[in-house]
Design a binder for this molecule. Structure first.
Ligand code: 5AD
Length: 351
Protein backbone atom coordinates (compact mmCIF):
# COMPACT_ATOMS: atom_id res chain seq x y z
CA UNK A 1 0.00 0.00 0.00
CA UNK A 2 1.33 3.44 -0.89
CA UNK A 3 2.22 6.10 1.59
CA UNK A 4 -0.74 8.12 0.44
CA UNK A 5 -3.19 5.32 1.12
CA UNK A 6 -1.72 4.99 4.60
CA UNK A 7 -2.37 8.69 5.20
CA UNK A 8 -5.96 8.43 3.98
CA UNK A 9 -6.55 5.47 6.27
CA UNK A 10 -4.88 7.29 9.12
CA UNK A 11 -7.01 10.41 8.89
CA UNK A 12 -10.15 8.29 8.52
CA UNK A 13 -9.26 6.23 11.61
CA UNK A 14 -7.74 8.89 13.89
CA UNK A 15 -9.13 12.22 12.61
CA UNK A 16 -5.63 13.62 12.78
CA UNK A 17 -2.68 14.40 10.53
CA UNK A 18 0.42 16.53 11.03
CA UNK A 19 1.06 19.56 8.87
CA UNK A 20 3.74 17.61 6.99
CA UNK A 21 1.36 14.72 6.37
CA UNK A 22 -1.33 17.09 5.07
CA UNK A 23 1.22 18.70 2.74
CA UNK A 24 2.38 15.30 1.45
CA UNK A 25 -1.23 14.40 0.79
CA UNK A 26 -2.00 17.66 -1.03
CA UNK A 27 1.13 17.34 -3.17
CA UNK A 28 0.57 13.73 -4.21
CA UNK A 29 -3.17 13.13 -4.29
CA UNK A 30 -4.47 11.62 -7.57
CA UNK A 31 -8.03 11.56 -8.87
CA UNK A 32 -8.42 7.97 -7.61
CA UNK A 33 -7.19 9.02 -4.16
CA UNK A 34 -9.64 11.91 -4.13
CA UNK A 35 -12.53 9.49 -4.65
CA UNK A 36 -11.34 7.46 -1.65
CA UNK A 37 -10.95 10.65 0.40
CA UNK A 38 -14.48 11.89 -0.46
CA UNK A 39 -15.87 8.45 0.44
CA UNK A 40 -14.20 8.51 3.85
CA UNK A 41 -15.43 12.05 4.47
CA UNK A 42 -18.98 11.07 3.51
CA UNK A 43 -18.90 8.06 5.86
CA UNK A 44 -17.58 10.26 8.67
CA UNK A 45 -20.30 12.84 8.09
CA UNK A 46 -22.90 10.06 8.16
CA UNK A 47 -21.54 8.70 11.44
CA UNK A 48 -21.91 12.12 13.11
CA UNK A 49 -24.93 13.64 11.35
CA UNK A 50 -26.59 10.92 9.27
CA UNK A 51 -27.82 11.94 5.83
CA UNK A 52 -29.30 15.23 7.03
CA UNK A 53 -28.56 18.49 5.26
CA UNK A 54 -29.35 21.53 7.39
CA UNK A 55 -30.73 24.63 5.70
CA UNK A 56 -30.03 28.19 6.87
CA UNK A 57 -31.76 31.23 5.42
CA UNK A 58 -29.07 33.75 4.51
CA UNK A 59 -30.06 37.43 4.75
CA UNK A 60 -27.43 39.77 3.29
CA UNK A 61 -28.66 42.94 4.97
CA UNK A 62 -26.02 45.52 3.98
CA UNK A 63 -23.24 45.66 1.41
CA UNK A 64 -21.60 48.69 2.99
CA UNK A 65 -18.16 47.85 4.34
CA UNK A 66 -15.42 49.77 6.13
CA UNK A 67 -12.78 47.15 5.28
CA UNK A 68 -10.86 46.91 2.03
CA UNK A 69 -10.06 43.23 1.46
CA UNK A 70 -8.26 42.86 -1.87
CA UNK A 71 -10.44 39.95 -3.06
CA UNK A 72 -13.86 41.23 -2.12
CA UNK A 73 -16.33 42.89 -4.49
CA UNK A 74 -17.93 45.01 -1.75
CA UNK A 75 -14.59 46.36 -0.44
CA UNK A 76 -14.75 49.99 0.68
CA UNK A 77 -12.78 51.33 -2.27
CA UNK A 78 -14.96 49.74 -4.95
CA UNK A 79 -16.81 52.85 -6.09
CA UNK A 80 -18.83 50.95 -8.66
CA UNK A 81 -21.08 49.04 -6.24
CA UNK A 82 -24.55 50.33 -5.66
CA UNK A 83 -24.70 50.28 -1.88
CA UNK A 84 -27.74 49.30 0.17
CA UNK A 85 -28.72 48.92 3.77
CA UNK A 86 -31.88 47.12 4.89
CA UNK A 87 -33.74 48.71 7.77
CA UNK A 88 -34.45 46.56 10.84
CA UNK A 89 -38.07 46.45 9.67
CA UNK A 90 -37.00 45.13 6.27
CA UNK A 91 -34.77 42.53 7.94
CA UNK A 92 -37.68 41.42 10.14
CA UNK A 93 -39.94 41.16 7.09
CA UNK A 94 -37.30 38.97 5.47
CA UNK A 95 -37.17 36.73 8.56
CA UNK A 96 -40.95 36.53 8.44
CA UNK A 97 -40.89 35.36 4.83
CA UNK A 98 -38.15 32.87 5.64
CA UNK A 99 -40.02 31.59 8.65
CA UNK A 100 -43.15 31.06 6.52
CA UNK A 101 -41.03 29.07 4.06
CA UNK A 102 -39.95 26.88 6.97
CA UNK A 103 -36.50 28.18 7.90
CA UNK A 104 -35.61 27.88 11.58
CA UNK A 105 -32.10 29.36 11.31
CA UNK A 106 -31.36 32.82 10.02
CA UNK A 107 -27.90 34.02 9.11
CA UNK A 108 -27.67 37.81 9.22
CA UNK A 109 -24.65 38.76 7.12
CA UNK A 110 -23.31 42.15 6.06
CA UNK A 111 -20.22 44.12 5.26
CA UNK A 112 -18.63 45.76 8.30
CA UNK A 113 -21.25 48.49 8.50
CA UNK A 114 -21.18 50.48 11.73
CA UNK A 115 -24.52 52.14 10.92
CA UNK A 116 -25.85 49.05 12.71
CA UNK A 117 -24.82 50.10 16.18
CA UNK A 118 -24.82 47.77 19.13
CA UNK A 119 -28.19 49.26 20.14
CA UNK A 120 -29.78 48.73 16.73
CA UNK A 121 -28.51 45.16 16.60
CA UNK A 122 -29.65 44.38 20.14
CA UNK A 123 -33.16 45.69 19.35
CA UNK A 124 -33.23 43.69 16.13
CA UNK A 125 -32.15 40.49 17.89
CA UNK A 126 -34.77 41.01 20.62
CA UNK A 127 -37.47 41.54 17.98
CA UNK A 128 -36.49 38.36 16.10
CA UNK A 129 -36.39 36.41 19.37
CA UNK A 130 -39.83 37.69 20.35
CA UNK A 131 -41.45 36.78 17.02
CA UNK A 132 -39.69 33.43 16.53
CA UNK A 133 -38.63 32.11 19.95
CA UNK A 134 -37.27 28.78 18.74
CA UNK A 135 -35.10 29.85 15.82
CA UNK A 136 -31.33 29.98 15.82
CA UNK A 137 -29.85 33.38 14.97
CA UNK A 138 -26.43 33.55 13.38
CA UNK A 139 -24.50 36.79 12.94
CA UNK A 140 -21.85 37.34 10.28
CA UNK A 141 -20.98 41.02 10.64
CA UNK A 142 -17.23 41.02 11.12
CA UNK A 143 -15.08 42.53 13.80
CA UNK A 144 -16.58 44.31 16.82
CA UNK A 145 -15.50 44.74 20.43
CA UNK A 146 -15.73 41.83 22.85
CA UNK A 147 -18.22 43.88 24.88
CA UNK A 148 -20.46 44.18 21.82
CA UNK A 149 -20.18 40.46 21.06
CA UNK A 150 -21.20 39.83 24.66
CA UNK A 151 -24.26 42.08 24.45
CA UNK A 152 -25.35 40.59 21.12
CA UNK A 153 -25.13 37.12 22.63
CA UNK A 154 -27.18 38.21 25.63
CA UNK A 155 -29.76 39.73 23.27
CA UNK A 156 -30.32 36.38 21.61
CA UNK A 157 -27.64 35.65 19.01
CA UNK A 158 -26.62 31.97 19.07
CA UNK A 159 -23.92 31.68 16.46
CA UNK A 160 -21.29 33.80 14.76
CA UNK A 161 -19.59 33.20 11.42
CA UNK A 162 -16.21 34.78 10.86
CA UNK A 163 -13.81 33.07 8.52
CA UNK A 164 -10.15 33.28 9.46
CA UNK A 165 -9.70 33.65 5.64
CA UNK A 166 -6.14 32.31 5.61
CA UNK A 167 -3.86 30.95 8.33
CA UNK A 168 -0.78 32.61 6.82
CA UNK A 169 -0.06 35.87 8.70
CA UNK A 170 1.87 37.29 5.73
CA UNK A 171 -0.82 36.46 3.17
CA UNK A 172 -3.53 37.66 5.56
CA UNK A 173 -1.98 41.09 5.97
CA UNK A 174 -1.30 41.40 2.23
CA UNK A 175 -4.95 40.67 1.42
CA UNK A 176 -6.40 42.74 4.28
CA UNK A 177 -4.63 46.13 4.28
CA UNK A 178 -7.11 47.49 6.85
CA UNK A 179 -7.00 44.49 9.21
CA UNK A 180 -4.65 42.60 11.51
CA UNK A 181 -4.10 38.84 11.58
CA UNK A 182 -3.81 38.76 15.37
CA UNK A 183 -7.01 40.78 15.80
CA UNK A 184 -8.95 38.29 13.67
CA UNK A 185 -7.69 35.40 15.75
CA UNK A 186 -8.49 37.31 18.95
CA UNK A 187 -12.08 37.93 17.77
CA UNK A 188 -12.55 34.25 16.95
CA UNK A 189 -11.24 33.15 20.36
CA UNK A 190 -13.36 35.75 22.16
CA UNK A 191 -16.51 34.62 20.35
CA UNK A 192 -15.83 31.02 21.30
CA UNK A 193 -15.05 31.85 24.93
CA UNK A 194 -18.23 33.90 25.24
CA UNK A 195 -20.24 30.82 24.29
CA UNK A 196 -21.24 31.40 20.67
CA UNK A 197 -21.29 28.49 18.28
CA UNK A 198 -18.52 29.77 16.05
CA UNK A 199 -17.83 29.31 12.37
CA UNK A 200 -14.33 29.80 10.98
CA UNK A 201 -13.01 28.96 7.54
CA UNK A 202 -10.95 30.02 4.57
CA UNK A 203 -10.73 30.48 0.82
CA UNK A 204 -8.94 28.05 -1.48
CA UNK A 205 -6.82 29.22 -4.41
CA UNK A 206 -6.05 32.73 -3.18
CA UNK A 207 -3.28 34.40 -5.21
CA UNK A 208 0.00 33.61 -3.46
CA UNK A 209 -1.48 30.83 -1.29
CA UNK A 210 0.77 27.76 -0.94
CA UNK A 211 0.01 24.14 -0.02
CA UNK A 212 1.79 24.81 3.27
CA UNK A 213 -0.68 27.65 3.90
CA UNK A 214 -3.62 25.32 3.21
CA UNK A 215 -2.17 22.66 5.51
CA UNK A 216 -1.87 25.37 8.17
CA UNK A 217 -5.54 26.35 7.61
CA UNK A 218 -6.57 22.79 8.44
CA UNK A 219 -4.23 22.57 11.44
CA UNK A 220 -5.62 25.85 12.78
CA UNK A 221 -9.17 24.51 12.45
CA UNK A 222 -8.21 21.26 14.13
CA UNK A 223 -6.81 23.17 17.10
CA UNK A 224 -9.48 25.86 17.29
CA UNK A 225 -12.29 23.30 16.91
CA UNK A 226 -15.05 25.58 15.58
CA UNK A 227 -18.66 24.45 15.39
CA UNK A 228 -18.91 25.44 11.74
CA UNK A 229 -16.38 25.53 8.91
CA UNK A 230 -16.91 27.52 5.72
CA UNK A 231 -14.58 26.67 2.85
CA UNK A 232 -14.99 28.10 -0.63
CA UNK A 233 -12.89 28.76 -3.72
CA UNK A 234 -11.52 32.25 -4.27
CA UNK A 235 -13.34 33.75 -7.26
CA UNK A 236 -12.05 37.02 -8.75
CA UNK A 237 -14.16 40.15 -8.96
CA UNK A 238 -13.21 42.47 -11.82
CA UNK A 239 -13.54 45.67 -9.77
CA UNK A 240 -10.87 44.55 -7.27
CA UNK A 241 -7.05 44.48 -7.39
CA UNK A 242 -7.27 40.67 -7.83
CA UNK A 243 -9.68 40.92 -10.77
CA UNK A 244 -7.28 39.33 -13.26
CA UNK A 245 -6.28 36.40 -11.04
CA UNK A 246 -7.44 32.79 -11.47
CA UNK A 247 -10.20 31.18 -9.40
CA UNK A 248 -9.54 28.37 -6.98
CA UNK A 249 -10.50 25.00 -8.42
CA UNK A 250 -13.41 22.71 -7.64
CA UNK A 251 -11.10 19.76 -6.91
CA UNK A 252 -8.81 21.66 -4.54
CA UNK A 253 -11.81 23.01 -2.64
CA UNK A 254 -13.48 19.60 -2.37
CA UNK A 255 -10.25 18.08 -1.03
CA UNK A 256 -10.16 20.75 1.68
CA UNK A 257 -13.84 20.19 2.53
CA UNK A 258 -13.24 16.45 2.83
CA UNK A 259 -10.13 16.90 4.98
CA UNK A 260 -11.96 19.39 7.21
CA UNK A 261 -14.70 16.79 7.73
CA UNK A 262 -12.14 14.11 8.62
CA UNK A 263 -10.04 16.33 10.91
CA UNK A 264 -12.99 18.02 12.66
CA UNK A 265 -15.64 15.30 12.32
CA UNK A 266 -18.31 16.90 14.54
CA UNK A 267 -18.38 20.21 12.65
CA UNK A 268 -21.12 21.62 10.45
CA UNK A 269 -19.76 22.31 6.98
CA UNK A 270 -21.69 24.26 4.34
CA UNK A 271 -21.63 23.45 0.66
CA UNK A 272 -20.86 27.07 -0.16
CA UNK A 273 -22.45 29.39 -2.70
CA UNK A 274 -18.98 30.01 -4.13
CA UNK A 275 -18.67 26.28 -4.95
CA UNK A 276 -22.10 26.40 -6.57
CA UNK A 277 -20.91 29.37 -8.61
CA UNK A 278 -17.79 27.55 -9.82
CA UNK A 279 -19.77 24.52 -10.97
CA UNK A 280 -23.55 24.00 -11.23
CA UNK A 281 -23.08 20.71 -9.37
CA UNK A 282 -20.50 22.13 -6.96
CA UNK A 283 -22.69 22.07 -3.88
CA UNK A 284 -23.85 18.50 -4.55
CA UNK A 285 -20.22 17.42 -4.92
CA UNK A 286 -19.44 19.08 -1.57
CA UNK A 287 -22.34 17.25 0.12
CA UNK A 288 -20.83 14.00 -1.18
CA UNK A 289 -17.42 15.01 0.19
CA UNK A 290 -18.48 15.70 3.76
CA UNK A 291 -20.47 18.96 3.75
CA UNK A 292 -23.86 18.94 5.48
CA UNK A 293 -25.27 22.47 5.37
CA UNK A 294 -26.76 24.60 2.57
CA UNK A 295 -27.38 28.31 3.05
CA UNK A 296 -29.97 29.46 0.51
CA UNK A 297 -29.98 33.21 -0.05
CA UNK A 298 -33.26 34.74 1.12
CA UNK A 299 -32.11 38.37 0.75
CA UNK A 300 -34.88 40.48 -0.86
CA UNK A 301 -34.55 40.08 -4.63
CA UNK A 302 -34.53 43.87 -5.07
CA UNK A 303 -31.00 44.14 -3.60
CA UNK A 304 -29.68 40.58 -4.01
CA UNK A 305 -27.47 41.28 -7.02
CA UNK A 306 -25.75 44.12 -5.18
CA UNK A 307 -24.23 41.73 -2.65
CA UNK A 308 -21.59 40.57 -5.11
CA UNK A 309 -18.48 39.42 -3.25
CA UNK A 310 -17.25 37.81 -6.47
CA UNK A 311 -18.27 37.61 -10.13
CA UNK A 312 -21.22 35.55 -11.43
CA UNK A 313 -22.43 34.70 -7.94
CA UNK A 314 -25.57 32.56 -8.08
CA UNK A 315 -28.49 34.57 -6.80
CA UNK A 316 -31.28 32.07 -7.10
CA UNK A 317 -32.42 33.57 -10.41
CA UNK A 318 -33.70 30.15 -11.31
CA UNK A 319 -35.94 30.51 -8.23
CA UNK A 320 -34.37 27.38 -6.84
CA UNK A 321 -33.35 29.24 -3.72
CA UNK A 322 -36.83 30.64 -3.25
CA UNK A 323 -38.50 27.30 -3.85
CA UNK A 324 -37.78 25.07 -0.90
CA UNK A 325 -39.51 22.11 -2.55
CA UNK A 326 -37.19 22.39 -5.55
CA UNK A 327 -34.14 22.63 -3.33
CA UNK A 328 -35.35 19.69 -1.28
CA UNK A 329 -35.82 17.58 -4.41
CA UNK A 330 -32.33 18.47 -5.56
CA UNK A 331 -30.79 17.52 -2.21
CA UNK A 332 -32.79 14.28 -2.17
CA UNK A 333 -31.64 13.47 -5.69
CA UNK A 334 -28.06 13.74 -4.40
CA UNK A 335 -28.94 11.14 -1.76
CA UNK A 336 -29.61 13.35 1.27
CA UNK A 337 -32.47 14.52 3.42
CA UNK A 338 -33.36 18.15 4.16
CA UNK A 339 -33.62 19.13 7.82
CA UNK A 340 -35.14 22.52 8.64
CA UNK A 341 -34.55 22.34 12.39
CA UNK A 342 -31.97 24.51 14.20
CA UNK A 343 -29.27 21.97 13.42
CA UNK A 344 -26.86 22.68 16.27
CA UNK A 345 -23.34 21.28 16.04
CA UNK A 346 -22.55 17.98 17.78
CA UNK A 347 -19.85 19.77 19.74
CA UNK A 348 -22.42 22.27 21.02
CA UNK A 349 -24.95 19.54 21.86
CA UNK A 350 -22.41 17.67 23.96
CA UNK A 351 -21.15 20.84 25.72
N1 5AD B 1 -14.18 34.87 -3.69
C1 5AD B 1 -14.58 33.92 -2.84
N2 5AD B 1 -15.01 34.17 -1.59
C2 5AD B 1 -15.02 35.44 -1.19
N3 5AD B 1 -15.36 36.00 -0.02
C3 5AD B 1 -15.23 37.32 -0.12
N4 5AD B 1 -14.79 37.66 -1.34
C4 5AD B 1 -14.64 36.50 -2.03
C5 5AD B 1 -14.19 36.16 -3.33
N5 5AD B 1 -13.80 37.10 -4.20
C6 5AD B 1 -15.71 35.21 1.16
C7 5AD B 1 -14.82 35.53 2.35
C8 5AD B 1 -15.80 36.05 3.38
C9 5AD B 1 -17.10 35.42 2.95
C10 5AD B 1 -18.33 36.10 3.44
O1 5AD B 1 -17.03 35.47 1.54
O2 5AD B 1 -14.19 34.35 2.81
O3 5AD B 1 -15.49 35.69 4.70
Amino acid sequence: MSNLHNLLEKVYRTNDLTKEEIMYLLENVTQADREVLYGYALKTKQAYYGDKVYLRGLIEFSNICRQDCLYCGIRASNGKVERYRLTPEEILACCDQGHKLGYRTFVLQSGEDLWYTEEILVDLLCAIRKSYPGVAITLSIGERSVATYQRLLAAGADRFLMRHETASPELYEKLHPTMRFEERRACLSALKNLGYQVGAGFMVGLPGQTLADLAEDLRYLKEFHPDMIGIGPFIPHSETPLGAEKSGTLEATLVMVALARLLIPDSLIPATTALGTLDPQGREFALKAGANVVMPIITPTSVRKQYALYENKIYGDDQLEDCLDCLERRIQAAGFEVDLSRGDSQQFISR
